[in-house]
Design a protein around this ligand. Structure first.
Ligand code: MG
Length: 487
């Protein structure tokens, strides 16, 4: 790893420590909010987080800070990475007016409440007015940020540096083939697996999960596992990375695979080089690359015969109802393919189809070619065409995700990137043997060496080429699926 040598960059990193510390506090407050905070503290916590955020913006837009970034002459890759990342933040905080951020905050706070109720009542019309407002805001945001070809490009770039409609089109050109493959594969599976209805003992499953995490290589000295309504990973710093799990009471693969997924996110952050500590590049580089780590562990490793073989005895100990199931049957349960209405329930074969649908609608809303009121109809038609099922109501259709209520338009495509990129690692980094032998530490050291340790030193496109020897290539994903599900 390079060293920081230029005086301007040294000074920037010194000043950046203030931003980092606020970020650390914000993360910890956010984690607490989702796990142990008493419900009555909600409003106060929101207020305080808002104030800390304003402080972050103030530090990024301080004239001296900006002029240091402008005048810096980076000497090596590390310094170039630091300046690149700082410029992105400065662009965001200087181009978007403060009043806009406040308006967005207010609107999304309202939208969240409305969305929750609309979803419970399965009533899209209720959500429509506030979603229209959010779309209008996000179109304005794209104008503030600027773009070359498409307003959606400006939003995509917020979640995945350098992502554009053009690149998305290339990625999603595989959708017809994935849809065909899915339709072929789904007939080979039962509609429901008996293990989906088996209830488990939460204490025993928790013990199993902690055991699995330990064997995979989770560092409990720098990490924790807690429960929350939705599983997530949050990093405070390099030495405190936390994941959460949710226990539904039955269908144990949901909790188990979710935790293996979050393990992937967590190890990415844990394996960033200590040389990058407290610098702007001590972070996963993008949401897509982050998701590629979680999907690699969840899909490629977790949903493998080798994984079942490795943990079968421990699983039976924790979940006695597994006694009657052999290895192949447990593998079948973990890799069940059937048409799903809900994205988060979707198997790895159809998952990208769900993402494509959302991408298509977001792009159309941002360019103004589709009105919000048309969404349910297009949603249902596309689901029928790609997955072969039509949502019977909006809560199982267009209202299912929280992202639009959060104004996170442009986020979804990163899930597809991650899912596909995981297959590229598998094929390009020669990981097959290590996966088949459940050699988790080998997998970990390859991923650490090629991806994790670099943090955000290189932009995602460049990191992918450096790591895998080629550009992002969705063809690997198709091969991976065909091999796994057709043979
Ligand atoms: Mg994830």
């Amino acid at each position: 790893m390079d060293r920081i040598v230029s005086p301007e960059v040294k000074e920037l990193v010194r000043r950046y420590r203030d931003i980092r510390s606020l970020g650390y506090a914000l993360s910890l407050l956010g984690w607490d909010m989702e796990t142990y905070m008493p419900p009555g503290a909600f409003r106060e916590r929101g207020e305080i987080r808002g104030i800390l955020r304003t402080q972050v913006q103030r530090l990024y837009t301080h004239p001296e800070f900006i002029s240091l970034v402008e005048s810096a002459k980076p000497q090596n890759d590390l310094e170039r990475g630091i300046i690149r990342v700082l410029k992105r933040w400065i662009k965001y905080y200087t181009k978007i007016p403060r009043e806009f951020i406040e308006e967005e905050e207010r609107t999304t706070a309202e939208a969240f409440q409305v969305w929750r109720e609309a979803k419970a009542k399965s009533n899209f019309e209720m959500f429509r007015p506030v979603l229209e407002k959010i779309v209008e805001l996000e179109r304005r945001k794209a104008d503030y940020l600027g773009y070359e070809d498409h307003p959606y490009d400006a939003l995509l770039d917020l979640y995945e540096e350098g992502l554009t409609v053009k690149k998305c089109e290339r990625m999603f050109s595989k959708v017809p083939r994935i849809s065909d493959l899915f339709k072929k594969v789904k007939d080979r599976y039962p509609e429901r697996h008996p293990l989906e209805d088996e209830s488990y003992d939460e204490t025993f499953l928790r013990r199993l999960i902690e055991y699995v995490l330990g064997v995979l290589g989770f560092d409990f000295n720098r990490g924790r596992v807690d429960t929350s309504p939705h599983p997530f990973t949050v990093e405070m710093g390099l030495y405190d990375i936390r994941i959460t799990v949710r226990f539904e009471g039955k269908d144990f693969r949901r909790a188990l695979m979710a935790v293996v997924h979050e393990f992937g996110h967590a190890t990415y952050e844990m394996n960033i080089s200590e040389d990058l500590w407290m610098t702007p590049v001590q972070t996963g580089v993008s949401l897509g690359v982050h998701e590629s780590q979680s999907r690699f562990w969840e899909n490629v490793v977790g949903r493998s015969r080798a994984f079942v073989r490795r943990f079968r005895n421990e699983m039976i100990m924790a979940l006695p109802f597994l006694k009657g199931y052999d290895e192949e049957e447990m593998y079948r349960y973990l890799t069940l393919v059937r048409p799903e209405l809900i994205r988060v329930e979707a198997d790895e074969v159809q998952y990208v189809l769900h993402i494509y649908l959302r991408y298509k609608l977001e792009r159309a809303m941002i360019e103004g070619s589709v009105n919000v009121k048309e969404l349910p109809e297009i949603w249902n038609d596309t689901m029928e065409e790609l997955v072969g099922v039509r949502p019977p109501n909006d809560s199982l259709g267009v209202l299912q995700d929280i992202h639009w209520a959060h104004a996170s338009i442009g986020y979804f495509p990163t899930y597809a990137i991650g899912t596909m990129l995981a297959a590229q690692y598998y094929r390009r980094l020669d990981l097959r043997e290590a996966v088949d032998r459940a050699e988790f530490s080998t997998l970990m050291s390859v991923l650490r060496e090629r991806i994790h340790r670099w943090g955000a030193v290189y932009p995602p496109d460049e990191l992918i080429v450096r790591a895998t020897g080629e550009e992002f290539n969705p063809e690997h994903f198709l091969h991976y699926l065909e091999e796994k599900y057709l043979s």
